[in-house]
Write a protein that binds this ligand. Structure first.
Ligand SMILES: C[S@@+](CC[C@H](N)C(=O)[O-])C[C@H]1O[C@@H](n2cnc3c(N)ncnc32)[C@H](O)[C@@H]1O
Length: 392
């Protein structure tokens, strides 16, 4: 194991906390919703770790199992697999009280296909949290998109690590001032040594990264921009097979280099909306107490967008819908196109104003409240459906 990761489990670091909160806050509504489908559900933690940190904090396996436990009843058919190459024994001990959990000792790349084979009628969730990038084959992830009743992937992608190898393979020098991006990268696998363009193509899902690194070499973009463009391309490639792909940079303090990206892929709009809400919330919590300038909205990418511009973007987006469409579909499409640049309530607020000014038509089901008054809700749930279209 690499020297950098030997103490990984001695205590949970702040950036791991943000990552775990993202997982926990997503899995809660995910399992609640997915168990209502009454299909078998397969949860796979592909790089599971020990289950628990030495300081007592829960690792991703316990986080998931506690939620599954809470949401399970006698009719729920759920199986959780935990793949771990180094700490399988610790993990088994930490998970022994959960009957639906199975620990598999070995490598994700050797085990995953067998776990997933014959599961076409299942809902599948993959949590992929490696130290490095070598095992991440985008073609494989893309091939899963249509194989199951539903599939969701939450991936920790070390974009800086990728670019570092990309520069090395193409023999491009990284400017010494860009080293700050790496010195802070705790979760990396020093034993990884990627030497071939073809390996990087497999990880990236294409060779688009070459052009990005060459632009950096030629001074046309900064290293920071190279990472942003690379992540966008990476997500766009996943978007060719997954309908919704969102990403969130994980940093622990504002204006510090990001640690890595959490990327979420799903074909379902409800999943995308829940994740966007979750990512926005996490970012709000990460932000320091320094209030952002009141007229501007700062998003997780640390881009500033004025409230006026944001509202105009939302309005323009709604204008495209000339047939009735659910609010979740409209919001999911918005986040997919522009990123998590605002909260779901920002979109709803614009919707409310547009409804008041009769710019959009809204259908609600139920149309009336229990007291017989016209419904005015602005949200979607199992019991409430809200559809809207632009009023031509
Ligand atoms: C970043 S840690 C995972 C942390 C875990 N998600 C948690 O919250 O506790 C990565 C884990 O993957 C394991 N690992 C490394 N290479 C692996 C591989 N090829 N397949 C499966 N596990 C691997 C490491 O031993 C380590 O425990």
């Amino acid at each position: 194991m690499s020297k950098d990761n030997r103490n990984f489990f001695s205590e949970k670091k702040p950036w791991s906390k943000v990552k775990d909160e993202l997982l926990e806050c997503y899995l809660n509504p995910y399992f609640q919703k997915i168990f209502q489908t009454h299909r078998p559900t397969i949860y796979v933690d592909c790089f599971a770790g020990k289950g628990k940190f030495d300081d007592g904090s829960k690792g991703s396996p316990l986080i998931a199992l506690e939620i599954i436990d809470k949401r399970t009843n006698t009719f729920t058919n759920v199986k959780a697999y935990f793949i771990e190459s180094n700490y399988a024994d610790d993990l088994r001990k930490n998970l022994e009280r959960y009957p639906c959990a199975e620990v598999l000792q070995g490598k994700y790349e050797d085990q995953i296909e067998e776990i997933l084979s014959g599961k076409s009628n299942c809902n599948v969730f993959l949590y992929i949290d490696p130290y490095g990038i070598k095992s991440l084959n985008q073609k494989f992830l893309a091939s899963l998109s249509n194989r199951f009743a539903s599939i969701e992937i939450l991936l920790n992608f070390n974009s800086w690590g990728f670019l570092r190898f990309a520069c090395k393979v193409l023999k491009v020098m990284i400017n010494s001032e860009n080293e700050e991006f790496f010195t802070d990268l705790i979760e990396r696998d020093e034993s990884e040594n990627i030497k071939l363009e073809s390996t990087l193509n497999d990880i990236a899902g294409g060779d688009y990264w070459i052009d990005i690194v060459e632009k950096y070499r030629d001074g046309k973009i900064s290293f920071y921009q190279a990472e942003t463009v690379f992540t966008k391309e990476y997500c766009d490639h996943l978007r060719m097979v997954y309908r919704y792909v969102l990403n969130m940079p994980i940093r622990i303090e504002e204006h510090k280099p990001l640690k890595y990206r959490m990327i979420h892929a799903t074909n379902h709009e409800d999943g995308a909306v829940i994740m966007a809400h979750n990512m926005f919330k996490r970012w709000e919590l990460v932000k320091s107490s320094r209030p952002s300038p009141s007229l501007f909205h700062e998003n997780a990418n640390e881009d500033f967008i004025s409230k006026g511009d944001l509202n105009e973007k939302i309005k323009q987006h709604m204008m495209q819908f000339r047939e009735f469409q659910t609010i979740n579909r409209i919001m999911a499409d918005f986040f997919n196109e522009f990123g998590v640049i605002c909260s779901t309530s920002d979109i709803m607020k614009v919707g409310k104003d547009l409804e008041k000014n009769q710019k959009i038509l809204v259908h609600r089901n139920p149309e009336r409240t229990e007291k017989g008054k016209p419904s005015t809700f602005w949200s979607e749930s199992k019991e409430k459906i809200l559809k809207l279209k632009w009023n031509n």
